[in-house]
Structure formats: structure tokens, C-alpha cells
Design a protein around this ligand. Structure first.
Ligand code: NIG
Ligand code: FE
Length: 426
């Protein structure tokens, strides 16, 4: 008989947070049910978690098994790999020129209406070669990994022609194949009305529905479809048309909803049964109610409201009280949120959204996993899930959002393999 063996045992963990629990996204009080196992260990086999718990118990259960390799966590904090469920990872160029405009008080939607903002990134993305986009996005993905992200969602939406959208999505697929971080792809052809369709948004919507969506589906390049439902971008009716068509073709639905103006985007998310609704700064109580009813996950993006200098924040506390599951994300993109750091989002989640460190961790592990359809594979350290974990140079969970603006990550293990060690890529 072949002796069963363990590939890697991570032991001497000072505080092990597994996020184990019932299947499904966590709501209400469940979001703060985060406990720390002192003197923990994680046993890994074939890239999956075999056991996670108290070191004493784990070793007892492993008795008789061959342990191929052991890693001493030296009393550090360990959590599941962080999950970033909303990014615009693949794009050309950057927009530091908008900082001066912002300081003069020009708003995000004004910049967009003047042909800048998203549209300037569209220009840069169209001009970039596939290889250039790949190299740039790869660098950002490295940074995300160094800051603890092991699964990342990536949206298209800076091409806005069929070919340029496919180009972005192919880059995301290549990154998924060649980078340790797992990528989940979203098609967002309805991110803005391109200049060549100015004043003809319904024709552009038609193009998205009739040409882009079927081609993206045929190429198998995206799991989800997202729409920017916002004043001066896409109306609720246009968003409904696009998302309904996407649903019919078998895409999961996501929506940038009520980011700046109250539009009824959250209500639409509930009506259509979107997997998630993002931003939600201006969403109404009725919108939250509709989301709750359909099990829509709220993805809050506090780095965006911070960076756009908005005086309002998503009402995360209200949503948690109402029982809407909340996730957090960077919204990494070159305009409204140029940061790859989920650790910065932890701090903003606490200080600006009023979430506790426990709720924040739930929001960027298990709830984030469910927000991108990966709740069965990632987001917690339990048997048969991916062995994705992060070890921090920090004594406890609250220390992460508390000591902000720096990187606490010491080691990252992705599918059982050490990919970051002593804060550096392996
Ligand atoms: O989620 N709001 C729309 N889309 C992005 C911003 C994209 C950009 O400004 O380039 C967001 O914030
Ligand atoms: Fe976004």
C-alpha cells in the first residue's frame, strides 16, 4: 500500500484564521464570527488544504503519514489568501494628469464627459499591443500577490470595440495561465460609450448585445458581464437590456451600481439576480432590500471613494445590519482607484466604512470568493479547498488595518506552493 503523504505542513502559526463555516456568503453577525486558533497548523496535499486547526490536533491526525516538507510560521498570523473581486487589471497608460484636475475640483464625471477619464484609458488601451498590456498587467498582478491577493477578478472595458475587448480578455486569460494568481474574467464592454458612438448610446448597446457578447461567449473568454450604470454612462434601462441578454447567453451578471448618483442600480441588481452589485455609495434602502431578497453580494470599494475625494461612503454598516453580504475590493484601475493594495482597503474599510477588522477579513476572503463564483474553491482554509494562504509579520488581525500604508505580508502560499517568501516573489 502506498503511504499517504502530506506535501507541506505549515506549523507554529501564532494566530490561524481559517474562516471555516457553513457554505455561502456570510451575512449580519456571521461577518464578525472570525476566530483565531492559537498555535495552529495547516497541512497541504496536492495543492489543497488537507487539514487546518490546532497544531496538536493536526499532528495527531497526521500520525503515520509522511510529511515531505515543513514550514515554521514563527508565531505569525495566517489567513486565507485574500481575494480581490473587482479590478480593471488590464489597461494601457496611466492618468496622473487627473490629479491636478481633481485638486481644482473637477469631478470624475465631468472629466469623463470632456472625453477624458475612462475614455483616455480606452485610447491608450487600443494603442497598446497585446504584449504591452500583458507585461503591464503582470507587474500589477505581482504587486497584488505581494500584498496578499491570491485570486483576482479582472474586467475588460477599455477596448470598447470587439477586437480591443477580446484583446484585453485574452491578456487576462494568458495571465491566468502563466501567473500564480487565479484570474476570473468579466466582460465589461458597457463601461463607457466610446467617442465614435457619442450621442448614439443605444446603437452602442446594440453592438454590445449583438456582436460583442456572443463573440466573447464563443471564445469562452469571460464568466461574467458587468455594466457601468451611471448618469451620463448607461441608464437603468440600457443596463437591464445588456445584463438580461448576457444572462440569456449564460453569463453571470455584475453591475457598477449607484456609485455617484442614485439611479436604481441596486434595485436592478436585485430584480435581475446579479451575483454582485458594486460601489453602492448612493444606493437606497429599497435597493439594499432588493439585493437582500435576491442574495446579491455588495462589493464595496472604499479606495475609490477615498481617491475620488467623495464625502460619502458606501453604507456598509447598514447593509450588514440588514443582512446583505458585504465584500471589499480595490477596484484597481488607472482612474478612480490606482492601487493594488487590499491592505490599504482593509484600513479604509475600517476607518471609512466603519467595519470591524473581522468583518473586513470576511469581506475580502469568503464573501469576495462568493462574489466571483469561487466560494467552493477559495476564501477559507478547509479540507479540499485550494491551499491559498497568507502569513503576515503581524501579531493579530487588528494590527493589519491599524498599521497602515505598508505591506505586512511575509509569505504567500498559492495552491500549496510558496510564491512569496520574506516579502519577495519566489
Ligand atoms: O469602478 N466606475 C467605473 N469604472 C471604474 C473606473 C474606471 C476608470 O476611471 O478608468 C470604477 O471606478
Ligand atoms: Fe470598477
Amino acid at each position: 500500500m502506498v503511504q499517504p503523504q502530506i506535501d507541506l505542513l505549515v506549523y507554529n502559526i501564532g494566530c490561524l484564521i481559517t474562516m471555516q463555516g457553513n457554505p455561502g456568503p456570510r451575512k449580519g453577525k456571521e461577518m464578525s464570527e472570525v476566530s483565531c486558533i492559537e498555535q495552529g497548523a495547516v497541512a497541504i496535499k496536492d495543492g489543497k488544504v488537507f487539514l487546518a486547526g490546532r497544531e496538536k490536533d493536526v499532528r495527531l491526525q497526521l500520525a503515520g503519514m509522511l510529511i515531505k516538507e515543513e514550514l515554521d510560521a514563527e508565531n505569525r498570523l495566517v489567513t486565507p489568501g485574500l481575494i480581490d473581486p473587482h479590478t480593471h487589471l488590464v489597461h494601457g497608460g496611466s492618468r496622473e494628469n487627473e490629479l491636478a484636475l481633481k485638486l481644482k475640483g473637477v469631478s470624475y464625471l465631468e472629466i469623463l464627459a470632456q472625453g477624458g477619464g475612462i475614455l483616455s484609458t480606452v485610447k491608450a488601451t487600443r494603442q497598446a499591443t497585446e504584449e504591452e498590456l500583458y507585461q503591464k498587467a503582470r507587474k500589477s498582478l505581482d504587486t497584488m500577490l505581494l500584498y496578499g491577493a491570491t485570486t483576482v477578478e479582472a474586467k475588460s472595458g477599455y477596448g470598447l470595440t470587439l477586437d480591443d475587448e477580446l484583446k484585453q480578455l485574452r491578456v487576462a486569460r494568458r495571465l491566468d495561465e502563466t501567473h500564480p494568481v487565479d484570474l476570473v474574467s468579466t466582460f465589461m464592454g458597457a463601461h463607457a460609450v466610446p467617442l465614435e458612438y457619442k450621442g448614439r448610446s443605444s446603437e452602442f448597446v446594440q453592438l454590445v448585445i449583438e456582436q460583442m457578447l456572443p463573440k466573447v461567449k464563443e471564445a469562452g473568454l469571460a464568466e461574467f458581464c458587468d455594466v457601468f450604470c451611471e448618469h451620463g454612462v448607461f441608464t437603468v434601462e440600457e443596463s437591464r437590456r445588456i445584463l438580461s441578454a448576457a444572462k440569456e447567453m449564460g453569463f453571470g451578471m455584475k453591475i457598477h451600481a449607484d456609485e455617484i448618483e442614485p439611479m436604481g442600480g441596486a434595485e436592478l441588481a436585485g430584480e435581475l439576480g446579479c451575483i454582485s452589485a458594486e460601489h453602492l455609495l448612493a444606493a437606497s434602502d429599497e435597493g439594499f432590500e432588493a439585493m437582500k431578497k435576491s442574495g446579491v453580494i455588495a462589493v464595496c470599494l472604499p479606495a475609490t471613494s477615498f481617491n475620488l475625494r467623495l464625502n460619502t461612503h458606501a453604507r456598509a454598516r447598514k447593509m450588514i445590519e440588514m443582512g446583505v453580504p458585504v465584500a471589499l475590493s480595490t477596484d484597481y484601475n488607472p482612474g478612480s482607484s490606482p492601487t493594488e493594495s487590499l491592505q490599504l482597503v482593509m484600513t479604509l474599510g475600517c476607518l471609512n466604512l466603519g467595519m470591524t477588522p473581522e468583518e473586513v477579513l470576511t469581506a475580502m476572503t469568503i464573501n469576495a470568493a462568493y462574489a466571483i463564483g469561487r466560494g467552493e474553491q477559495a476564501g477559507s482554509l478547509e479540507p479540499r479547498k485550494n491551499a491559498d494562504l497568507v502569513m503576515y509579520d503581524a501579531p493579530n488581525l487588528a494590527y493589519l488595518p491599524y498599521h497602515f500604508g505598508i505591506n505586512h505580508v511575509h509569505t504567500v502560499i498559492k495552491k500549496g506552493r510558496v510564491v512569496v517568501s520574506e516579502g519577495r516573489l519566489v
